[in-house]
Design a protein around this ligand. Structure first.
Ligand SMILES: Nc1ncnc2c1ncn2[C@@H]1O[C@H](COP(=O)(O)OP(=O)(O)O)[C@@H](O)[C@H]1O
Ligand SMILES: [Mg+2]
Length: 312
């Protein structure tokens, strides 16, 4: 795998606050790397340091094997950025906004036209090209923001929480668009505090907390870090003390909770846990309305590593 970004021992302080604390990682060609962390964990600061938009007190950043610095214009031409806060011109309609940003990189009119058309298609704004930002819903505005950042076909794309407060349709559209960009050869750095997005989108994930990497790897590798293997939920079940005690002593059971007629059984390991529990409930003549099994989520991993939830 070819490394396209190298971050070495990055440290950044805001006055007395250490926002980034000795961060080192690489980004590989054509991967979608997720930076996952709660609000304030340092995701935006990391991106802004990589882009040389912020200065930092320690560390080195290389992009395409060259030192990244504020005047590294050749590198910057190959980068697209979609900032957390929407930044478009109120005075320009959808088409002209994308044309403006794309025009900073692509001077040839015909080539630019093609790029703009592709960007509009990618984010699904075909029916809105004449609309002004004020006339767009939050989700459509975010899609415009993305189109402006990627129309010039950058090799590396940074997207900073592009789906915050968007409707589900726009969210799906955005996630599909990002997969499409990767398919076309872009390398993507995606920040979010939504673990579900990371699970469906990212090839590799770095979990940040308080400016430090607390874990990294593929989704599966990270889930190995959660010491629970499986969580089985039984809804609409009526249990007494004796039933609960028996369940607690079933094979591989790690822990049980029972509240409002819902039983949650966590397993540390083992196969066929769900089937065995179903068999047991049948054998004991215990009726229920619903039973299902889940693997640990990245939130469980985060909880285990930090003692708190990803979402506040
Ligand atoms: N301009 C700034 N001045 C002072 N502190 C800041 C500034 N920007 C961010 N911070 C602080 O740095 C930490 C990391 O912030 P940020 O990178 O924005 O996190 P995230 O993007 O993960 O939400 C937070 O504690 C935040 O309050
Ligand atoms: Mg941020």
């Amino acid at each position: 795998m070819k490394s396209v970004i190298k971050v070495k021992n990055l440290t950044k302080e805001y006055k007395t606050l250490k926002a980034i604390d000795d961060l080192s990682f690489e980004v590989f060609e054509e991967e979608i790397l997720g930076l996952l962390g709660p609000n304030g964990s340092g995701k935006s600061t990391t991106i802004n340091c990589i882009l040389s938009l912020l200065n930092y007190s320690g560390g080195d950043i290389e992009i395409f094997n060259q030192k990244m610095q504020p005047d590294a214009y050749e590198i910057k031409r190959k980068i697209g950025v979609v900032f957390q806060d929407v930044a478009v011109f109120e005075e320009l309609n959808v088409y002209d906004n994308i044309d403006y940003f794309c025009g900073l990189y692509i001077k040839d009119k015909e080539e630019r036209k093609k790029c703009i058309a592709e960007a509009i298609k990618l984010v699904g704004l075909e029916d809105f090209t004449k609309f002004y930002p004020k006339q767009l819903s939050g989700g459509l505005l975010r899609r415009l923001n993305i189109a402006c950042g990627i129309a010039h076909k950058p090799k590396i794309i940074f997207l900073d929480e592009p789906t915050v407060a968007v409707d589900p349709q726009s969210r799906n559209n955005i996630l599909d668009g990002i997969k499409e960009l990767r398919k076309k050869g872009a390398t993507i750095i995606y920040t979010t505090h939504y673990m579900e997005e990371v699970e469906i989108l990212c090839d590799r994930v770095i979990i940040l907390d308080k400016g430090k990497i607390i874990a990294s790897g593929t989704n599966d590798e990270l889930k190995e870090l959660a010491h629970i293997e499986e969580k089985v939920t039984v809804e609409g079940i009526d249990l007494n003390e004796k039933n609960l005690e028996k369940i607690e002593y079933l094979k591989n059971v790690e822990d049980i909770t029972y509240l409002d007629n819902t039983l949650i059984v966590t397993y540390q390991k083992g196969k066929n846990n769900l089937i065995k529990l179903i068999d047991f409930l049948k054998q004991e003549n215990l009726a229920y309305s619903k039973i299902y099994s889940e693997r640990p989520t990245l939130n469980d991993v985060f909880l285990e590593l930090t003692g708190k939830e990803l979402r506040d």
